[in-house]
Design a protein around this ligand. Structure first.
Ligand SMILES: Cc1cc2nc3c(=O)[nH]c(=O)nc-3n(C[C@H](O)[C@H](O)[C@H](O)COP(=O)(O)OP(=O)(O)OC[C@H]3O[C@@H](n4cnc5c(N)ncnc54)[C@H](O)[C@@H]3O)c2cc1C
Length: 320
C-alpha cells in the first residue's frame, strides 16, 4: 500500500545512523516526524503491519483534528506522508533482532546489519483474541478489543464483554454509558478482577455476569454480529446469546520478543522507562503501547513518540 523511497540495499551502508525507529504506528510516525524535522535523518523499519493497529479499524473519532472522524488506514497514510515530507526514510520490513550491548546499536533486517546511535522502539502491543469460529470476519466491525475506541458505536445495543479481570470489569462498566445491556462472559466462576471492580460491575443494573461460559462461535448475518454461541466448559452444554457488539478483554501482549530480554520489562513484558522515555539502556528509547499498560490510545502513543524523539535528540546532543 505504501511506497518505499529507497530499496533496503540502498538504505544499508557503513554509516551509523542517528536514529533507527522500529515500528510504524502513531508512536513511530510521530517520532519519525520530530526526528526528521530535527535533521536527524531517521531510518524507520515499519514492520509486518505497516501503519500499526489502526490499519485494522474503519472509524477513528477521537484523534484531534478530524471533526468528521477518519478511517484508520487513511490517517496512518497521512501520518506517514507528513513524516516522509521531512525526510523520514521508511522500509516496510521487520526487525529480526537487535544488539544494544554496546554503541553503536545493531539492528538486523533480513539478515543485514544496520547501526545507529539511538533506537526508538515503537512496536506496540497486540490484543489477545479468543480465536473463536467467525471471529476474524467481525474483527474491527462487531467485535473489538477496545471499549474506549469503539464503545460509542454501540448506542442502545446489547453487548457482551469476554474476560474476568479488571480490564473486563472496567470495559463493561464503561460500556453501560452506551449499551442497553452488557453481559460479562467468563469461563470460570473465579474472577481475577479486584473485589472493588467486580462489585462495581456486578451491582450495575445494566450488567449481567455469566460465569462458566466461553464463546464457541460468533453468530452473524450480512449486517454484522448478531450473537454468540456460548458453551459451559463443565458439561459442554450450549446456549445462544443475542448481541450486536462484543468486546474481548482478556489481555494484551507487548511486542518485545525480538529484543531477547536485553531491555528491562515488567512481568508482562512491557518495556520500562527509566528516565523520561529512555529504557534501561541509555540511548534506547521506547514509546506507545509497547510501554503503556494504561491508556493504549493513538493520541497517547503519538504524544509519547514525540517525547521519545525529543529525548533522543537531546541525548545525542549531550554525547558531543
Ligand atoms: C481495532 C482497533 C481499533 C482501535 N481504535 C482506536 C481509536 O478509535 N482511537 C484510538 O485512539 N486508538 C484506537 N486503537 C488503539 C490504537 O490503535 C493504539 O493505541 C495505537 O495504534 C498504538 O500505537 P503504537 O504506535 O504504540 O503501536 P501500533 O499501532 O501497535 O504499531 C506497532 C508497529 O510496530 C511494528 N512492529 C512490530 N514488531 C516489529 C518488528 N519486529 N520490526 C519492525 N516493526 C515492528 C508493527 O508493524 C506496527 O507498525 C484501536 C486499536 C484497535 C486494535
Amino acid at each position: 500500500m505504501f511506497k518505499e523511497r529507497r530499496t533496503l540495499g540502498e538504505a544499508m551502508s557503513e554509516e551509523v545512523r542517528n536514529v533507527i525507529i522500529i515500528g510504524s504506528g502513531p508512536a513511530g510516525y510521530t517520532a519519525g516526524l520530530y526526528s526528521a524535522r530535527a535533521m536527524l535523518e531517521p531510518l524507520m523499519f515499519a514492520g509486518y503491519m505497516s501503519g500499526g493497529q489502526l490499519m485494522l479499524t474503519s472509524d477513528i473519532e477521537n484523534f484531534p483534528g478530524y471533526p468528521q472522524g477518519i478511517g484508520g488506514p487513511e490517517m496512518m497514510m497521512q501520518l506517514r506522508e507528513q513524516a516522509e515530507r521531512f525526510g523520514l526514510e521508511v522500509h516496510d520490513k521487520n526487525v529480526e533482532r537487535v544488539d544494544v550491548s554496546e554503541r553503536p546499536f545493531k539492528v538486523w533486517v533480513e539478515g543485514e546489519e544496520f547501526r545507529a546511535q539511538t533506537l526508538i522502539i515503537c512496536t506496540g502491543a497486540e490484543a489477545i483474541w479468543l480465536g473463536a469460529e467467525g471471529e476474524d470476519a467481525q474483527k474491527g466491525r462487531g467485535i473489538s478489543t477496545c471499549a474506549t475506541c469503539d464503545g460509542a458505536f454501540f448506542r442502545d445495543e446489547e453487548i457482551i464483554v469476554v474476560g474476568g479481570g479488571d480490564s473486563a470489569m472496567e470495559e463493561a462498566t464503561f460500556l453501560t454509558r452506551f449499551a442497553s445491556k452488557v453481559t460479562i462472559i467468563h469461563r470460570r466462576d473465579v474472577f481475577r478482577a479486584s473485589k472493588v471492580m467486580y462489585d462495581r460491575a456486578a451491582e450495575h443494573p445494566k450488567i449481567e455476569i455469566k460465569p462458566f461460559r466461553s464463546v464457541k462461535k460468533w453468530l452473524s448475518d450480512e449486517k454484522g454480529l448478531t450473537g454468540a454461541l456460548l458453551e459451559d466448559p463443565r458439561d459442554g452444554s450450549t446456549e445462544e446469546i443475542a448481541c450486536t457488539g462484543a468486546f474481548i478483554a482478556i489481555g494484551h501482549k507487548p511486542i518485545t520478543g525480538f529484543l531477547e530480554g536485553q531491555l528491562e520489562t515488567d512481568d508482562s513484558g512491557y518495556l520500562l522507562h527509566h528516565e523520561h522515555t529512555m529504557t534501561s539502556v541509555p540511548g534506547v528509547f521506547a514509546a506507545g503501547d509497547v510501554v503503556d499498560t494504561r491508556y493504549r490510545q493513538a493520541i497517547t502513543a503519538a504524544g509519547m513518540g514525540c517525547s521519545a524523539a525529543i529525548d533522543a535528540e537531546r541525548w545525542l546532543e549531550d554525547q558531543h
